[in-house]
Design a protein around this ligand. Structure first.
Ligand SMILES: CC(C)(COP(=O)(O)OP(=O)(O)OC[C@H]1O[C@@H](n2cnc3c(N)ncnc32)[C@H](O)[C@@H]1OP(=O)(O)O)[C@@H](O)C(=O)NCCC(=O)NCCS
Length: 314
């Protein structure tokens, strides 16, 4: 059985195992950590520290979601009912009396993870004075500044490029849910797991009147394009004077734009879909559950979301 759920601190080792297996396929990883082979101990220590930080309930600007196989048998499109994210997940804290938020079940296996920046919640409450929690700073203060697996100049170039990427998103307003990191274990690629994780954020965005922002690496770009994210522009990581550079893409998923796109797609049925999305329910009327319509708005690969959609009414 495949299950999508919020992660808990006890999941850290399993998540780091997937991180270490998946992320080296993203050129940004090698760029920042070119000596990770030689200094594997540092690489593991600081990667784990980062995920412990994300998973700490006190750091509530972040949510970590995982895809877990619970039977030992890998399945394709079926996701258990209890795996569907309760609404609104983003407003509840990890393990907060929610039956779906468990970890460490015997025989379970985490195969994909995603880290979401949900600091928009506190920005809305506290206004522009709110300083979001900063995991990089935390790692730097706890020895990360001296980690031997990283190239410090390139780590800095990566941070600078993240700041630069903001210009692409300004027209979408102050509030967004942002996908920080995403990975699927290579042994489990192309089963729709990353899509299911993305759909969680896409659903939150539709419900809360936000967009989803991501700065995509090479593989991520293919995935998000498949999910109907729009490419806004290039983000370049390059140390001044160094020839080597890594190019990523700022991308956005705007449910309202999707709604318009669907509305122009297929007459009355599509308008029903559009109305739903704009109404922030992200629901689909039963007679609109046609695969071609779903595909057009990028949700054909989310068994989880399709389940949700079937459960919703206009
Ligand atoms: C990118 C990544 C997260 C995709 O995970 P996944 O679970 O295999 O993704 P999905 O199965 O949900 O893919 C859905 C669709 O995205 C597209 N896609 C995903 N990976 C692709 C690839 N390697 N090449 C081409 N298209 C791809 C396809 O359209 C795919 O649908 P299909 O399998 O029916 O053709 C995974 O390859 C990975 O972990 N890569 C290394 C880390 C990384 O690059 N992370 C993203 C950083 S921004």
């Amino acid at each position: 059985m495949v299950r999508v759920r919020l992660a808990a601190p006890a999941d850290v080792e399993d998540i780091v195992r997937v991180v270490m297996a998946a992320m080296p396929y993203d050129p940004q990883w090698d760029y920042r950590f070119p000596r990770r082979g030689k200094f594997a101990e540092d690489h593991y220590r600081y990667t784990k520290m980062l995920y412990e930080h994300f998973l700490d309930a006190a750091n509530d600007d972040w949510r970590v979601l995982v895809v877990e196989l619970t039977s030992g048998e890998e399945e394709g499109p079926t996701v258990a009912h209890q795996g569907a994210p309760p609404v609104p997940w983003c407003m509840s804290s990890v393990g907060d009396g929610n039956d779906d938020v468990q970890s460490g079940a015997q025989g379970s296996k985490i195969v994909a993870f995603s880290v979401w920046d949900v600091s928009y919640i506190k920005k809305r409450i506290h206004g522009s004075s709110y300083q979001p929690q900063n995991p990089s700073l935390y790692i730097a203060r706890h020895g990360g500044d001296t980690r031997r697996d990283a190239n410090p100049a390139r780590v800095k170039a990566s941070k600078d490029s993240a700041a630069d990427s903001k210009r692409h998103f300004t027209k979408y307003g102050r509030y967004a849910i942002r996908l920080q990191i995403l990975g699927t274990h290579p042994a489990h690629w192309r089963h729709g797991y990353a899509s299911a994780l993305c759909h969680w954020g896409m659903k939150i965005a539709a419900e809360e009147g936000l967009v989803v922002q991501v700065v995509a690496g090479k593989m991520g770009h293919k995935l998000y394009t498949h999910l109907n994210f729009k490419t806004l522009g290039e983000v370049v990581k390059q140390v001044p004077g160094e020839e080597m550079k890594v190019i990523s893409h700022a991308m956005v998923f705007d449910p309202k734009e999707q709604a318009r796109s669907v509305a122009s797609y297929e007459g009355n049925k599509a308008i029903s879909v559009a109305f739903c999305v704009q109404d922030t329910n992200y629901g689909i009327h039963e007679h609109c559950q046609r695969k071609d319509v779903l595909k057009h708005i990028g949700i054909v690969h989310s068994p989880m979301l399709q389940f949700d959609l079937r459960g919703l009414r206009i």
